[in-house]
Ligand binder design. Structure first.
Ligand code: TXA
Ligand code: MG
Length: 343
């Protein structure tokens, strides 16, 4: 299969391209498209065969359900059996935007989408092209992040091409995505709301609207609440070590590790910040994800830089930690899960 790439202007996406992409979705094909978080790999959510293709090309474990993307508030009623008051309040405040709600599903949602679960994850993306695509297709779109299972999510069309060239029908290139980490996933099917995956809509932001929200602290294997949690994620090819502590500790530990791996002739990549990047000499591959004072930029660059290290054939990545405040929770969550060791 030949994969087409079409560039769009996000502020004024071409109608022709929207209609073309929508027709592929209607015919049961796969279209990768930008959202405000990361690129998604979309198919008609009501077409079980099309959805099965997503699992196949992504090599996604069959028990890991997909997020269904909608463009109109009314579509929520068609997919979810019950819409609790808390969901209504959150949707009013945060949609369109990077918040996914897990609710009980209606029967018409194919089991393939929810991986057999009685619950469904739904979000309305804040991206003009994505919304227009869903509206024109006339169906909800199931879309996981557009990366091979286990790899860092795609934040550019080039990343999508790296993983899916020749395997999907179309890639829409809308430039680098804004937020850079995937949406917050909030489970509203329990007695109290639980964050299954932190994202740009933070715990504090949610609590302002609906009161107490819990976070899943331990990532337990066998936890069936969010099946995605038990698999390795976001991992670059290189072995990644996450270095923790305050800034000075991080610099000290990273230097120590550099010496250790140098002795073993490993090609080292350091994922640093603007404040620390000058501390590690000039011989290593050092990439900054941005300033520690601007965690939004760090989130935006995170997956981009991880994929960059793979492109540079680095063997060991020493990644700095970031403070777990606001979007920093999402950053640390992804880093911890990408790392093979925490130091
Ligand atoms: O920002 C995003 O959410 C992006 C863009 C494309 O919208 N999508 C995304 O999808 O990150 P994916 O498939 O990479 O991650 C979806 C996460 C997985 O961890 C999955 O286990 C969880 O949501 N999930 C999906 N349906 C669920 C359900 N019914 N119950 C619990 N967790 C669910
Ligand atoms: Mg993903």
């Amino acid at each position: 299969m030949k994969t087409k790439i079409l560039k769009i202007d996000l502020n004024a996406p071409s109608n022709l391209i929207i209609k073309y992409a929508a027709s592929i979705i209607q015919k049961g094909g796969l279209v990768a498209f930008p959202t405000e978080t990361v690129y998604g790999l979309g198919a008609n959510a009501l077409n079980a065969k099309a959805v099965a293709k997503i699992f196949k090309v992504k090599r996604r474990p069959m028990d890991n359900p997909l997020i269904v993307h909608i463009a109109k508030f009314e579509e929520l009623d068609k997919l979810a059996k019950i819409i609790p008051q808390k969901a209504k309040l959150l949707v009013r405040k945060f949609w369109p935007g990077p918040l996914t709600l897990v609710l009980f599903k209606k029967k018409n949602v194919p089991n393939e989408v929810t991986a057999g679960s009685q619950t469904i994850a739904i979000r309305m993306p804040a991206n003009r092209f994505a919304l227009e695509l869903i509206r024109n297709a006339g169906v909800p779109i199931a879309a996981p992040s557009a990366n091979l299972a286990g790899k860092p999510s795609s934040t550019t069309a080039t990343h999508v091409m790296e993983d899916f060239n020749g395997k999907i029908d179309l890639i829409i290139d809308g430039g680098q995505t804004d937020i850079g980490v995937e949406s917050t996933v909030l489970d509203l099917t329990e007695n109290s709301p639980v964050i299954l995956r932190p994202g740009a809509v933070t715990k504090e932001m949610l609590e302002k609207i609906i009161g107490k929200v819990r976070t899943l602290k331990k990532i337990k294997t066998g936890n069936i609440k969010s099946p995605g949690l038990k698999y390795k994620h976001y991992a670059p090819r290189a072995k990644m070590i996450l270095v923790t502590g305050d800034m000075n500790e991080i610099i000290k530990k990273t230097k120590k590790l550099t010496i250790y791996f140098k002795k073993r002739n490993k090609k080292i990549g350091i994922m640093a910040s603007d404040e620390t990047k000058k501390s590690y000499g000039t011989k290593n591959t050092i990439l900054s994800v941005g300033s520690r004072k601007n965690l939004k930029t760090v989130a935006r660059n995170l997956f981009f830089v991880l994929r960059e290290f793979d492109r540079l054939d680095v063997e060991v990545i020493l990644a700095e930690s970031f403070p777990e405040t606001k979007i920093g929770c999402a950053i640390q969550n992804r880093l911890k899960r990408a790392a093979s060791r925490i130091y």
